[in-house]
Each structure stands twice: as structure tokens, then as C-alpha cells.
Design a protein around this ligand. Structure first.
Ligand code: HEC
Ligand code: HEC
Ligand code: HEC
Ligand code: HEC
Ligand code: HEC
Length: 279
């Protein structure tokens, strides 16, 4: 953040210096060309509009044209530079989801653990999105809340859940016409980058919120972190590894064996862990 701000300050200062120079040069240009401008003004006053006069005088003045072009190029440069750095970065992305599922209600107010719905984050590469059956554990009895129009006794948003699993709250039975809820994916790395949740959540002990922000207070989830390579690298540079776990005990053991002249196998450095081969 500090880096971005200081870059912006430098850019702003640079541009204003440039602008004041241009203004000075323009004044000079006008001074030195006063006569010809006066002549031109006099000439065209009789004929054209004020704008026409100005345009003609402007085009005749090479230095002025040069500076105008310079300014446009500088402006395009700044805009291009800023957008260029943001290609493929979706920080703040917040699509409208098919059901108004609120983390604030569930993880915040009702303090349901992340693990209840995203257990994958502790066991595997993917955190995974819970299936509608998980929602039904509670919503087969909780048919409404205080948040949406609930006059009928069934929240219109929970009704969408019932539609998805084909649940009839009157008869309390399931039908066969299920339609999966099409949640829109928010966080998405390109396929060539490998990211593993359990490695970060369990092994490194990083909190979900460090990467995903204050999820428990989000009405609708948005992408909190930039998910750029720089973002990964910066954290890897700063964070010290938590070595207080089985994995590092194994490594230290392997290292000791190696020192004693025994053999160190791939298994000793994590070669049996499912996640190393199964993405
Ligand atoms: C009751 C179930 C439930 C609980 C509890 C829950 N989530 Fe979710 N989470 C969902 C559902 C459903 C979605 C997909 C809809 C959405 O994006 O809002 C989701 C989406 C997300 C996403 C965005 C996924 C994407 O598409 O990129 C993140 C990140 C996330 N949850 C993190 C958390 C964290 C952190 C916690 C704990 C503080 C938590 N969730 C608790 C159900 C839950
Ligand atoms: C562990 C229990 C539990 C699970 C699992 C759960 N919910 Fe809820 N849900 C609640 C509670 C409690 C409320 C708040 C009800 C209230 O405001 O009185 C709620 C409220 C809601 C509301 C707001 C209803 C309204 O009109 O105020 C929606 C929508 C909702 N849940 C959808 C879902 C979806 C979709 C899932 C699955 C991804 C899910 N819930 C999973 C317990 C749960
Ligand atoms: C070190 C950063 C980091 C931490 C910690 C982290 N996540 Fe993620 N999360 C990511 C990234 C990066 C993605 C995108 C992964 C991809 O596209 O392959 C993601 C994606 C997700 C998704 C979308 C579905 C998926 O599996 O890709 C959910 C849901 C999610 N995270 C929930 C959680 C929960 C819950 C926790 C805590 C238990 C957590 N995350 C901890 C970085 C993190
Ligand atoms: C909040 C800090 C943080 C962020 C952000 C983060 N990581 Fe990590 N990452 C760690 C830590 C700490 C470890 C060491 C875990 C351990 O002890 O094995 C790690 C380990 C890894 C490893 C294993 C390295 C090895 O040799 O075993 C990979 C791969 C990895 N991260 C990928 C990523 C990617 C890809 C991203 C960005 C999408 C990312 N990480 C973002 C903190 C982070
Ligand atoms: C050293 C790499 C490696 C490790 C570690 C590993 N696997 Fe595998 N696994 C493979 C390969 C390669 C295949 C595919 C073999 C084939 O196609 O005949 C496979 C196949 C599988 C299959 C069968 C898939 C199918 O379609 O039949 C399952 C299930 C599986 N692994 C689960 C696991 C689990 C669980 C672990 C952790 C306890 C694990 N693997 C650890 C390399 C590995």
C-alpha cells in the first residue's frame, strides 16, 4: 500500500512539475509570438469564430503542438501503465450469487465455523463449496430469518434452496427434480499455478482471513487479496515457517540419518503425501 501511495505521489509531483513547465513555456511562446498571434487574431476576427481563430493560431505554432502531443502521450502512458498492471487482477470481484447467502449471518452472527462448510481447506488442495445438502442440515427446520421478505413464513432466498434440492417444506419430503445451485466462483488462479489450502491452513497455520479478509462480516463475498504472483512471493519472503509439526520432524529426522551416512528416501521428504501427486 505504502509503495502504491508513494508511486502515486511521485507521479502526481512529476506531472505537476511538467505542467508548470509547460505553462511557463506556453507563456514564453505566447510572448515571443505575440505579434504574429495578434496579427492572426486581427485577421481572423473579421472572418471566423473565436474557436476557429484559436485553432488556427494553435496549429501554426509548432512548439505548442509539440507540447500538446507530449501531454497526450504522457497521459496515455500513465493510464496504460496503470491498466497494464491490473490485467488479470480481480481484486474486489464480487459477483451476484444465485442465492443471497450471507457469511455475515452464518459465520458472523451465528458463528458457524468455516470448517463446517469448507472442510476441504483443512484436508486438501481445495477449500470447496458446500453442497445444498449441507445447507439442509439446518434449513429443513429454519425456513425463514429476519433478513428478507418473510411474510409467507418461508424466506424467498431459502425457497431457492428448497427448489434446488426439491424439498417440500409442507410435506417435508424430497422429490427427484434436483437442480444444483450454480454458485459463481470468485477466487480463481490460472491453471499453471499450484496452490494448496491445507498446506497453508494446517501446516503453515495461516488464518483464512489473512488471505480472504473479514469474511465473517461480508454480506456478499468479494475477492479481498489481489492473488498476483507478487502477493504470494511477498508473503513467502516475510513469513517464517512454523516448524513445530510432523512434517518438519520428519525432515530433521531425515537430515540426521543423512549425516550418519544412512539413506534418505523420497518418502522422508513428503513423497508419500497425497497432495504432492494429486492436485
Ligand atoms: C454455512 C456454510 C458456510 C460457512 C459457515 C462459511 N462459508 Fe464460505 N461459502 C459458503 C458458500 C455457499 C459459498 C459460495 C457462495 C458465496 O460466494 O457467497 C462460500 C464462499 C466462500 C468464499 C469464496 C469462494 C469463491 O468462489 O472464491 C470464501 C473465500 C469463503 N467462503 C470463506 C469462508 C470463511 C473464511 C469462512 C469462515 C469465517 C466461511 N467461508 C464460512 C458457505 C459457507
Ligand atoms: C449450521 C446451520 C446452518 C447451515 C448449515 C446453513 N444455514 Fe442458513 N441460516 C442459519 C441460521 C441460524 C440463519 C438465521 C436465521 C434468522 O435470521 O433467524 C440462516 C439464514 C439463512 C438465510 C437468510 C434467510 C432470511 O430470509 O433471513 C439464507 C438465505 C440462508 N441461511 C441460506 C443458506 C444456504 C444457501 C446454506 C448452505 C450453503 C445455509 N444457509 C446453511 C443456519 C444455517
Ligand atoms: C495463503 C492464502 C489463503 C489462505 C490462508 C486461505 N485461502 Fe482460500 N483461497 C486462496 C487462493 C489463492 C484461492 C484460489 C485457489 C485457486 O484458484 O486454485 C482460494 C480459494 C478459496 C475458495 C474457493 C474454492 C476453492 O477451493 O478454490 C474457498 C471456498 C476458500 N478459499 C476458503 C478458504 C477458507 C475457509 C480458508 C481457511 C480455512 C482459506 N480459504 C484459507 C488463498 C487462501
Ligand atoms: C499469508 C502468507 C502466504 C500467502 C499469501 C501465500 N503463501 Fe504459500 N506459503 C506460506 C507459508 C508460511 C508456507 C510454508 C508452509 C510450510 O511450512 O510448509 C507456504 C508454502 C507454500 C508452498 C510449498 C512450498 C514448499 O516447498 O513446500 C507453495 C507451493 C505455496 N506456498 C504456494 C503459494 C501460492 C501459489 C500463493 C499465492 C496464490 C501463496 N503460496 C500465497 C505462506 C503464504
Ligand atoms: C508419489 C505419488 C503419489 C502419492 C504420494 C499418492 N498417489 Fe495416489 N496415485 C498416484 C498415481 C500416479 C495414480 C494413477 C495410477 C494409475 O492411473 O494407474 C494414483 C491413483 C490414485 C487413486 C486411484 C484413482 C483411480 O482412478 O483409480 C486414488 C484413489 C489415489 N491415488 C489416492 C491417493 C491417496 C488417498 C493418497 C495419500 C494417502 C495418494 N493417492 C498418494 C500417485 C500418488
Amino acid at each position: 500500500m505504502i509503495v502504491i501511495v508513494s508511486v502515486l505521489v511521485v507521479v502526481v509531483v512529476g506531472v505537476s512539475i511538467l505542467l508548470s513547465r509547460v505553462a511557463k513555456t506556453l507563456e514564453k511562446v505566447i510572448d515571443t509570438n505575440k505579434e504574429s498571434i495578434d496579427v492572426a487574431t486581427a485577421e481572423y476576427a473579421a472572418r471566423g469564430s473565436k474557436f476557429g481563430q484559436f485553432a488556427k493560431a494553435f496549429v501554426r505554432n509548432k512548439k505548442l503542438v509539440f507540447f500538446a502531443v507530449l501531454m497526450i502521450v504522457a497521459l496515455l502512458g500513465v493510464v496504460g501503465w496503470k491498466t497494464g498492471w491490473n490485467v488479470g487482477v480481480h481484486q474486489g470481484y464480487q459477483p451476484v450469487q444465485p442465492i443471497k447467502f450471507s457469511h455475515q449471518i452464518h459465520a458472523g452472527v451465528n458463528q458457524i465455523e468455516c470448517q463446517y462448510c469448507h472442510g476441504g481447506a483443512f484436508k486438501s488442495k481445495n477449500a470447496s463449496i458446500p453442497s445444498a445438502n449441507v445447507c439442509m442440515n439446518c434449513h429443513n427446520t429454519i425456513t425463514a430469518g429476519e433478513h428478507y421478505d418473510n411474510d409467507s413464513g418461508i424466506s424467498p432466498e431459502i425457497a431457492k434452496l428448497y427448489r434446488a434440492v426439491d424439498w417440500d417444506p409442507e410435506t417435508r419430503t424430497y422429490g427427484n427434480d434436483t437442480r444444483p445451485i450454480e454458485w459463481i466462483r470468485i477466487h480463481n488462479l490460472p491453471d499453471f499455478a499450484y496452490f494448496n489450502h491445507s498446506q497453508h491452513v494446517v501446516v503453515a497455520g495461516v488464518e483464512c482471513q489473512t488471505c480472504h479478509g473479514p469474511i465473517e462480516s461480508m454480506e456478499e463475498v468479494y475477492q479481498y487479496s489481489p492473488l498476483t504472483m507478487k502477493w504470494c512471493i511477498d508473503c513467502h519472503r516475510e513469513t517464517s515457517v512454523n516448524t513445530d509439526n510432523e512434517y518438519y520432524d520428519q525432515l530433521i529426522e531425515a537430515h540426521d540419518k543423512l549425516k550418519k551416512g544412512e539413506k534418505m528416501t523420497a518418502a522422508m521428504i513428503g513423497g508419500l503425501e497425497c497432495g504432492k501427486c494429486h492436485y
